[in-house]
Design a protein around this ligand. Structure first.
Ligand code: TXA
Ligand code: MG
Length: 336
């Protein structure tokens, strides 16, 4: 597969111009955000948005998040906006929070998966913001539809090179904003049904949301798989993945070693052991540090040729909920 062009890091003003021109021409651009890299297209251009689905191999009824340059753009895209949404936008935007709202009638079905709602987010990454502002200023719709820039069901990219590795020539240009600071996808809160619902946990927690709006968003009642991030087998490596409790980790690894195999190991408390054939990735033992490194570690170990990726079981508690969610989904595809 031919390699995509990657900008300088950080991108120059000429790189931003090039990205704006590509968006205006209905082409795709790889975009760094503070969560993960996105695969962006002009959200008002249904043909451009269709290219996202083709590049990702994603089913067309999966809605996309529309990224905006500021919360003054909300009303262009959404209707019936509750007060709580303005409060959250003022508190957490730009930042890793996506809000699902009733859409304006003109918003293309291609973006919303045919639903009457639209997901909006103002990303906090300076490169994403620079692009969104320049795109709006150039007379664009102000909205860039962007799912995570991975092939459908695979690990989300947290570096520009990951996007190139995943999508190759399917994306003509990638803006390089360095490693994504948050490292896992945004928190998604659905406001379209009256009560706020947590569709996807992320860096911004339900407890933080509650401090701003006075109610804690709840899990949706039915498991409606309308959001790909809510499908069970998502974010999955190709290699079998197993979560192992700290106390059992060394025994497990010994058994694999005696069989002549080796594992890729992600741990946060158990220090790497010399004299074992395994490949180790040590992540910080705090949820934010762990989230920052998690997808990169999974991706690296997925390419290491190991029999199994073994992840040391995570600590319990609400601070770990978002990472635990991603780990559970990554393991699900392995029958765990
Ligand atoms: O952090 C993020 O949110 C990243 C960066 C690039 O912004 N984007 C991302 O996009 O994770 P994606 O498409 O991989 O996941 C977005 C999730 C999907 O599960 C999608 O179905 C859901 O948001 N979503 C978008 N619009 C929706 C809507 N109207 N109703 C329900 N879910 C929606
Ligand atoms: Mg995704």
């Amino acid at each position: 597969m031919q390699a995509a062009a990657i900008s300088a890091c950080p991108p120059s003003p000429a790189d931003i111009d090039r990205a704006v021109q590509l968006l205006q021409a209905g082409e795709l651009v790889g975009i760094p955000t503070e969560t993960v890299y996105g695969l962006g297209a002009d959200a008002s251009n249904a043909e451009a948005v269709a290219k996202i689905f083709a590049a990702k191999g994603r089913p067309a009824d999966h809605p996309l998040i529309v990224h905006l340059p500021g919360h003054d753009w909300i009303e262009r895209w959404a209707a019936d906006i509750p007060d709580a949404v303005w409060e959250l936008a003022e508190t957490f935007w730009p930042g890793p929070l996506t809000l699902i709202l009733k859409k304006q009638p003109w918003v293309p079905d291609a973006v919303t998966g045919g639903q009457d709602t639209v997901g909006l987010r103002v990303p906090g990454h300076p490169v994403a913001l620079a692009l969104l502002r320049a795109f709006a200023q150039a007379g664009g719709s102000g909205g860039v539809a962007a799912p995570s820039a991975n092939r459908f069901g695979r690990i989300s990219p947290t570096a520009a090179q990951h996007v190139a590795d995943e999508l190759g020539e399917r994306v003509p240009f990638i803006l390089d904003g360095g490693a994504c600071p948050v490292g896992i996808e945004s928190t998604i809160i659905d406001f379209s049904s009256g009560v706020p619902r947590l569709l996807r946990p992320g860096h911004i927690t339900p407890e933080q949301i509650e401090t701003v709006i006075g109610v804690r968003p709840e899990k949706p009642l039915g498991a409606v798989p309308r959001a790909s991030g809510t499908l069970e087998a998502h974010y999955a490596p190709r290699t079998r993945l197993k979560v192992v409790a700290r106390e059992r980790l060394l025994d497990f690894l010994n058994v694999v070693r005696h069989r002549g195999g080796f594992c890729g190991v992600i741990c946060h408390s158990q220090p790497p052991h010399a004299g074992m054939p395994h490949v180790w990735k040590m992540l910080p033992a705090d949820p934010a540090g762990y989230a920052h490194g998690f997808y990169g570690a999974l991706r690296e170990l997925d390419g290491a040729g190991a029999d199994t990726i073994v992840v040391e079981a995570l600590p319990e508690g609400p601070a770990w909920a978002a990472v635990a969610d991603r780990l559970r989904r990554a393991a699900f595809g392995s029958g765990e």
